[in-house]
Design a protein around this ligand. Structure first.
Ligand SMILES: NC(=O)c1ccc[n+]([C@@H]2O[C@H](COP(=O)([O-])OP(=O)(O)OC[C@H]3O[C@@H](n4cnc5c(N)ncnc54)[C@H](OP(=O)(O)O)[C@@H]3O)[C@@H](O)[C@H]2O)c1
Length: 313
């Protein structure tokens, strides 16, 4: 078995820190490239740690020496920084670029939301530069959907806002540990020729709003308080949010594509299953309490979603 030599940029995020740990445990040689001033104290000891100034192309090329795969996991504020990799990679021996995505193949409206637009511009630039690319598409993180009220599911207060057909439409979810295990299973030793050009979908569990309500009822020994929002209303609210540059547009878009049943289809059909991984289920996450927290939301963001619930009938 040949191990791929991997470089990661964006090691310290909510999702990326777990992915880095899993890659470090996979046996594949791992180099973390970080910007000056990054906290590198929690990195596993077997990781090679290298500071990089992305504006210095000659230095970036040097730091990508002896690397087969570049995996970017940069957070929202840094998505455009990946263009530095797109410009440098053709001058290296890197064989595969994996840009920061971790979502789904959104439609035109989804890709008009600034961060998604930036992600698609990076992917387009990589294709134009002839760089073999693969993306990983988990749909939504289970911790984001189930531990925050962003999509109308309020675990803290046992409340659910059904939007459009979300009661009966499936939502594709993956927990952070599953996504981390998937990165290791995909990239540590798979021949790169088998990965190039693929949109690798991950599917740990698919859940409907009704199934979540059932799990909440078992967890809390009381049916959740529910409200309903029509499909027409979310479509209109999303349109206005995008037009006015509302920073919640991405969350509203995620609500809409669940409400219409599009989300589960947007991960595509090329599903990568992590072999021998015991997948989470709604009962294990909700009833037995295995659900981990998402990063903490600022109070004003939580209030925004609480208001959306209160405005529904
Ligand atoms: N589908 C979903 O439900 C979902 C949920 C969460 C995340 N995601 C996706 O997962 C990917 C990683 O997200 P994350 O939440 O793990 O990221 P994050 O917490 O924001 O992590 C940011 C990482 O990127 C690095 N970085 C470098 N330059 C940056 C800049 N200018 N601004 C911000 N960060 C910068 C940071 O470096 P330092 O260490 O130097 O700070 C850090 O290591 C993103 O593509 C995000 O969209 C998807």
């Amino acid at each position: 078995m040949t191990l791929n030599r991997i470089a990661v940029y964006g090691h310290r995020g909510w999702a990326s820190s777990e992915i880095v740990k899993a890659l470090a445990s996979s046996g594949a040689p791992l180099r973390v490239l970080h910007r000056p001033g990054s906290d590198i104290l929690s990195l596993p000891v077997n990781v090679e740690v290298v500071e990089v100034d992305l504006n210095n192309q000659a230095s970036l090329i040097e730091k990508l020496k002896d690397i087969d795969i570049v995996i970017c996991l940069v957070g929202h504020g840094g998505v455009p920084l990946q263009h530095h990799f797109v410009k440098a990679i053709p001058k290296t021996q890197v064989k595969l670029f994996v840009p920061s995505d971790l979502a789904a193949r959104y439609d035109k409206q989804g890709n008009s939301i600034p961060v998604n637009h930036q992600k698609s511009e990076v992917e387009k630039a990589a294709r134009l530069a002839g760089i073999p690319t693969a993306v990983v598409l988990p749909g939504n993180f289970a911790e984001f959907v189930l531990s925050t009220p962003a999509l109308g599911i309020d675990y803290r207060d046992n409340r659910i806002q059904f939007i459009g057909d979300s009661a009966s439409e499936p939502l594709n979810l993956c927990t952070r540990p599953y996504v981390a295990a998937a990165y290791a299973s995909i990239f540590a030793s798979t021949p790169i020729s088998q990965l190039a050009g693929r949109d690798l979908a991950l599917s740990e569990l698919r859940v409907t709003g009704n199934q979540i309500a059932e799990a909440f009822a078992r967890k809390f020994h009381a049916a959740p308080i529910t409200r309903r929002e029509s499909k027409e209303h979310i479509v209109q609210a999303l349109g206005e949010a995008i037009e006015t540059g509302n920073p919640m547009s991405l969350a509203l878009y995620c609500r809409k594509i669940w409400a219409t049943g599009e989300q589960a289809r947007m991960i595509g059909k090329d599903i990568w299953d992590v072999e021998d991984y015991p997948k989470a289920t709604l009962p294990s996450l909700i009833v037995e309490g295995a659900l981990e927290p998402y990063r903490s939301l600022p109070e004003e963001v939580r209030n925004y979603f609480t208001n959306l619930f209160d405005q529904c009938e």
